[in-house]
Write a protein that binds this ligand. Structure first.
Ligand code: HEM
Length: 303
């Protein structure tokens, strides 16, 4: 495994795990009628999913630090070398930020260990994962630029909200049987309700990122550099996600609602909905893979 590949894989797992942790933890707050925080067994699958995501966040944070250290020293052998690690942790803003993030990831994981959760623990998990996700913005290409850092953190939170919600919706659409079809309908309607604002925030914060990292003076030679080509792949995947999201909102969810209102079997509209949500989720994972690579490439605007 080369240092670059190790870093890309660690970043990818970290983005994915943290998006699921933040987005799926937040989902019941806007996606459900009753407050599930008091009926926690209401979503028996949520705590195990969040616990796995928290553990994956912790492990990938460690490997991100290890491969970043190897990248700075130029040798893979230094990835786990105590002296090199302590120089990076003590002597770089990345290292200092990462130690705080690692401690927070441990706290969030410990919060999810007990079977009986309850409201305050859940709010603490949401708050902890929000800080973990937003704080990545202080480690990347934004550097010391505060406006860029804020736009990037907002971008990360909107991305996490969308990807995490897709994971929660996918589990819901899989586990949904006749008994809780109304829960699924409410969740789909509520998510598509905030979906438009999430997309708007992603596009706006993404354009701000692009402004700083590509720059208005480089628009004439767009998609020449490897960085821009990977960004283009990301935008194509994003476009495909938008098409599926529109199909869910304006066609597949209304079909399911019509079946439920007319007491006819929901299985027919449920099948394409499952496929559509699965495809949208897979595309979202593809976007995160592109971003994991993008963050290791030199943007033309910083060259
Ligand atoms: C599903 C939609 C999207 C998701 C899930 C997503 C996710 C992300 C993530 C996780 C990052 C990494 C931020 C960091 O590590 O600092 C990022 C960075 C970025 N995104 Fe997006 N994004 C989406 C849509 C967009 C759109 C629509 C644009 C352009 C209009 C865009 C442009 C960018 C740029 C330029 C960066 C900076 C990459 C770098 O650090 O070099 N993104 N995105």
């Amino acid at each position: 495994m080369t240092i670059a590949l190790g870093l890309i894989v660690s970043r990818f797992i970290h983005y994915l795990a943290l998006s699921v942790l933040f987005g799926a933890a937040l989902f019941p707050l806007y996606g459900m009628k009753r407050s599930p925080l008091h009926d926690y067994p209401f979503l028996p699958w949520l705590r195990p999913v969040l616990l796995v995501a928290a553990i994956a966040t912790l492990i990938s944070a460690f490997s991100w630090l290890a491969f970043a250290t190897a990248g700075m020293s130029g040798s893979l052998a230094d990835a786990m070398d105590r002296d090199t690690l302590s120089i990076v942790i003590g002597g770089t803003s990345f290292g200092q930020l990462w130690v705080v993030r690692l401690a927070l990831a441990v706290i969030v994981t410990l919060l999810l260990l007990p079977k009986k959760q309850g409201a305050w623990r859940h709010y603490a998990v949401i708050a902890g994962s929000l800080v973990l996700l937003a704080s990545i913005g202080a480690s990347g290409h934004a550097g010391e630029n505060v406006i860029h850092m804020i736009a990037d953190s907002i971008h990360l939170l909107a991305a996490g909200l969308w990807i995490g919600a897709l994971f929660a919706l996918f589990v819901l659409v899989i586990v949904s049987a006749n008994s809780n079809m109304e829960i699924l309908r409410t969740a789909l309607l509520r998510f598509s309700g905030i979906g438009t604002s999430v997309v708007a925030v992603l596009v706006l914060s993404g354009l701000i990122n692009s402004w700083f990292l590509i720059g208005p003076d480089k628009l004439d030679q767009l998609f020449v550099s490897r960085y821009e080509q990977v960004l283009l792949i990301k935008l194509v995947l994003f476009g495909a996600m938008l098409l599926l999201a529109a199909a869910n909102r304006f066609w597949l969810t209304p079909r399911l609602a019509a079946a439920l209102d007319s007491d006819s079997a929901p299985s027919a509209p449920l099948r394409p909905l499952r496929m559509s949500i699965l495809s949208e989720t897979v595309l979202g994972v593809g976007v995160l893979a592109a971003v994991a690579w993008l963050g290791t490439l030199e943007p033309p605007g910083l060259a």
